[in-house]
Design a protein around this ligand. Structure first.
Ligand code: ZN
Ligand code: ZN
Length: 284
């Protein structure tokens, strides 16, 4: 199984990505959670174009990506798991959990440091919340996030197959938990014990900064629960809440040229350490 995955790595990624993307798009059409405010054609075209740009930049910028580095580390004996002798399954599970925790902490960091928030807020500036929102990240954030991932993979000596599994899972869960799909409340309640559901992640896309700065997890909900950043539901309800951030609220801001220069525009207000938001109270 592991060998099959490694040999067919690029194919496994593309098939998993397209399968989940199309499945979620169909599910959104069949059972939408909220009415979308912006015509799909504008958001989908620009959000999908961004994925192409992000992927190309990533391939050009790094001689080796996370799975490649994991293979290299195994050959050369770099990193913790290549030094200590763990059972294969334990190294596999531990590597996935450590990588997921690292992504959670990175997400918190990108909300807390004003300069990093400028990059990450582009993900939050989407004016609707659907499966393509899960693909909307600034290329510089993608590059920084790869540097962090490479550092973690190298330090722990993660097995290559675990890194591949982690990346495929993260990609799939991100598409799933950004989807505009209506899950029955009971299903959501049970599912969110092990997985970040769309209702849980939608809170993170609320325009209210106290909700924006919560629910940082992408795959498992445990880090938010354990570390105190969990908010169960939006104060105004899922249909009443507003999506996005205070800045960049015109449809023109959804175009790819505006998205790419967005980190340079306006103040970095609304980040998690911004003292103005901790005292903000809605009049209602
Ligand atoms: Zn965020
Ligand atoms: Zn998101």
């Amino acid at each position: 199984m592991g060998e099959f995955l490694m040999v067919h790595e690029p194919g496994v990624r593309v098939v998993a990505f397209l399968f989940v993307l199309v499945a979620m798009m169909i599910w959104e059409l069949a059972a939408p959670r909220r009415r979308l405010e912006i015509p799909r054609v504008i958001r989908w075209t620009n959000n999908l174009a961004l994925v192409v740009i992000d992927t190309a930049i990533l391939r050009l910028a790094f001689p080796v990506l996370a799975v490649g580095l994991a293979g290299l580390a195994a050959e050369r004996g770099w990193g913790l798991f290549n030094v200590i002798d763990l059972p294969g399954w334990l190294a596999f599970v531990a590597a996935i959990l450590i990588l997921d925790l690292a992504i959670y902490l990175q997400h918190v960091l990108f909300h807390a440091v004003p300069g990093l928030w400028r990059l990450h807020r582009m993900h939050h500036a989407d004016l609707d919340f659907d499966v393509t929102t899960g693909l909307r990240f600034h290329p510089v954030e993608i590059l920084l996030s790869m540097v962090i991932k490479l550092a973690v993979v190298g330090a722990i000596g993660a097995p290559a197959v675990a890194v591949l599994a982690f990346e495929v899972i993260l990609n799939a869960t991100s598409l799933f938990n950004h989807s505009n799909i209506a899950l029955p409340p009971r299903v959501d309640r049970v599912l969110r014990l092990i997985l970040v559901t769309p209702d849980m992640h939608r809170v993170h896309h609320s325009v209210d900064p106290r909700e924006t700065n919560s629910n940082y997890g992408f795959s498992v909900p445990w880090w938010d629960r354990l570390l105190g950043t969990y908010v169960a539901q939006p104060a105004k309800g899922h249909r009443g809440m507003e999506i996005g951030i205070d800045q960049f609220r015109t449809p023109r801001d959804l175009w790819i040229d505006r998205m790419l220069v967005q980190p340079l525009r306006g103040p970095a207000s609304g980040h998690a350490l911004d003292p103005r938001i901790t005292t903000r109270r809605d009049p209602d």
